[in-house]
Write a protein that binds this ligand. Structure first.
Ligand code: C2E
Ligand code: CA
Ligand code: CA
Length: 527
């Protein structure tokens, strides 16, 4: 910041005019105090040093020449006696002034260049030459016209780093930055900043017509989902964009915060582009509220677990149930788990929920009504750490319930970090907990997991079950069921809503079924 003050000083003409004015004043003073034979001529060194140290040697020389002339040929040596200086005298003085200014100015120029280089380094990214986060932080808005801010984020860019290593990742950054610079080249009102990794901000000034932003967004769209060549390796890059319009008086960083909110929600809803609005901010604020109020809600019994029964396909009798979390608001409304689970999963708090659900499972298993049931609990990726798993196993053992009656449901999303959780799953399986793959067929279904992991049950996702009334869909589900049977894995159909599907599932040989046809999730009240 200090450096910038000095540079800005240099760019202003007021001190320069001041320097000339001071020299003029000193020469008038020299005249009225008796001429150049007095000591007062030495005052002139002050504006000389002042101007050359600020403006460098060029202006220093010009100013020194001017000052020398001011106390030169027209300035008497002795005013009362009207004795003039010899030409050699004043010429030497001009020369000395110029030499002093040249020396001071020369060193000032070196210092100035160093300062500019430093300021450049602080505000620019050495890899791509683009401006960086610091530049964005320091930047101000020079227009009264509307300004918009875009946040652009390559999806899962950390994975490129992990996969290709640091050096190659730098090349990817370079290649993508060039693409971005090219795409923005035709928009002089768009400035690009890279703040880290493959994360960028684009500030659009004079955004007075909607068309301007729309054109920029469409140019960005053209480089999205593209394969770029990095040293002959084709790399697929996919990014998301959050955009926000700044209100009057807001700084670029305010725009950044808003566009980041839009970007985060774009990621949350798996969309390529999200525009910021006040409504969006409110929903974001409630998202932030979730982790802040969760523990309190848990302590106040505002978190509940409903249960939904699971039925044998042949006998239709209930054999177990899945526990599903509910967050009851003060006004009685129930926040569905889809809203808060994904937020809690980003924090350690999800473990509190899992512990609570396991406790509920233990409680339910001890009820005579459920003496023949198993209870399924949903686990998240963050639950799989040594401490949590050990505590859980110990806890269940102490409760006296049979661990084979607590099913552990994990989605294929959890299995993405298969290496991290494999040992934990094996451990749980060895301690008798059946392992269930939830939502099978939605994501990255891979039979590899099934072969490598101790899987006991597969829950076939509702989206697949829904297709089973067509020949193709029936065949697809049949192949899953056959595969599971070969591996001794039980199957459960999810989302069975009517008799037609219940019959199809039975015909397919699916072992058990869950869905509104049998029961809706409800709260168990022992009465
Ligand atoms: P899920 O594990 O796949 O749970 C089944 C979801 O399908 C439940 O939604 C259930 O109410 C709904 N469902 C049941 N039968 C039918 C049907 O016939 N038709 C349709 N359309 N839907 C049906 P819910 O309760 O909203 O839960 C959503 C998701 O939230 C769950 O999906 C699960 O992934 C997650 N979740 C719920 N409780 C917990 C929890 O305690 N911990 C964790 N980590 N996740 C949880
Ligand atoms: Ca589940
Ligand atoms: Ca499911």
């Amino acid at each position: 910041m200090d450096l910038l003050v000095f540079r800005n000083f240099r760019n202003r003409s007021f001190p320069l005019a001041m320097g000339f004015f001071i020299s003029l004043t000193i020469s008038v003073f020299v005249y009225f105090s008796g001429g150049t034979n007095t000591v007062y001529t030495n005052f002139m060194y002050i504006p000389l040093a002042f101007i050359s140290s600020i403006y460098g040697w060029r202006w220093g020389l010009a100013h020194a020449f001017f000052s020398g002339i001011m106390v030169g040929p027209l300035m008497p040596l002795n005013v009362p006696d009207q004795i003039m200086q010899s030409p050699l005298n004043w010429m030497f003085r001009v020369l000395i002034y110029m030499l002093i200014s040249l020396t001071v100015g020369f060193f000032a120029d070196i210092a100035h260049r160093r300062e500019e280089r430093l300021s450049y380094l602080v505000t620019h990214d050495s890899l791509t030459g683009l401006r960086n986060y610091e530049a964005l932080r320091q930047s101000t808005i020079h227009t009264d016209d509307p300004v918009s801010m875009i946040s652009l984020d390559i999806v899962d860019y950390e994975e490129y780093l992990g996969f290709f290593g640091y050096d190659f990742f730098q090349k990817i950054i370079n290649a993508f930055s060039s693409e971005l610079i090219n795409a923005m080249h035709i928009f002089p009102n768009a400035s690009i900043f890279r703040y880290y990794g493959l994360r960028y901000a684009i500030m659009i000034e004079h955004d007075d017509q909607e068309a301007s932003t729309e054109k920029i967004l469409s140019s960005l769209g053209q480089i999205n989902d593209k394969i770029i060549q990095v040293e002959d390796v084709p790399i697929y890059l996919h990014f998301r964009v959050g955009i926000a319009r700044l209100n009057a008086g807001e700084r670029p960083m305010d725009g950044m915060r808003k566009s980041m909110i839009a970007l985060r929600l774009a990621a949350h809803n798996d969309q390529k582009l999200m525009r910021f609005s006040d409504q969006l901010e409110q929903s974001y604020a409630s998202t932030v509220l979730i982790p802040n109020t969760f523990r309190e809600s848990l302590a106040n019994n505002a978190i509940q677990s409903d249960y939904q029964t699971i039925h044998d396909s042949v006998t239709s009798k209930p054999i177990g149930a899945e526990l599903l979390a509910r967050w009851i608001q003060e006004d009685g409304t129930r926040i569905p788990p889809d809203v808060f689970v994904s937020v809690l999963e980003k924090t350690e708090l999800i473990h509190d929920l899992t512990v609570f659900m396991v406790d509920r499972a233990i409680f339910m298993l001890k009820q005579p009504t459920f003496s023949k049931y198993f209870f399924s609990v949903n686990f998240s990726a963050t639950d799989f750490n040594e401490k949590s798993i050990l505590t859980l196993v110990k806890h269940v053992r102490q409760s006296g319930v049979d661990s084979s009656r607590i099913h552990i449901e994990i989605t294929e999303r959890v299995l993405l970090s298969v290496n991290k959780i494999q040992a934990h799953l094996t451990f749980l399986h060895k301690h008798g907990f059946p392992i269930v793959i939830d939502d099978f067929g939605t994501g990255y279904s891979s039979y590899r997991y099934v072969a490598d992991l101790p899987i006991d049950v597969i829950k076939i996702d509702r989206s697949l079950v829904l297709k089973a009334n067509t020949d193709k869909g029936f065949g697809l589900v049949k192949s899953i069921v056959d595969f599971c049977r070969d591996f001794g894995i039980k199957t459960i159909a999810e989302g069975v809503e009517n008799k037609e599907y219940a019959d199809i599932c039975e015909k397919l040989g699916i072992d058990a079924q869950q869905g509104y046809f049998y029961s809706k999730p409800e709260f168990y009240n022992p009465g």
